[in-house]
Design a protein around this ligand. Sequence first.
Ligand SMILES: [Zn+2]
Length: 153
Amino acid sequence: MPQHKLQVEAIAHGTVIDHIPAGMGIRILKFFQLSDQDHPITVGLNLRSKHQGKKDIIKVEDTVFDVTQANQLALFAKDATINVIDNYEVVEKYRVTLPDAIDSVLACPNSNCISNEEPVNTKFHISESASGVVLKCHYCEKSFNQRLFNELN
Ligand SMILES: [Zn+2]
């Protein structure tokens, strides 16, 4: 059996996040607090990939991400693929797409922003520019490069 099959199909039920750029797997785990939940998680780092050279992979058992959750991963891993596994079979497979907005997950880096003072859910509008992904705060309307969030988290 080819290696990639084994890597993807090793869990009975759950979600496999594949094609994460090497180095981003740990960040995604921390950022989405995946390891704070009760589900068994397997992480593969620096796995060999035909297309990416090296990649990370995260397997979360007994959990299926909804598309909104999955697309938040695109902030960190724009080429990630989501494999939904049921009874050791891939029953659904799709690539994440960058969402138009991201709610509640990120804190605004602007310390004067009202979202850091008031009990509101943060919200950022997402767009892509030549220099990368840009997030614009819904409240203070400041724009931040996505790389800044990677450094903060
Ligand atoms: Zn703000």
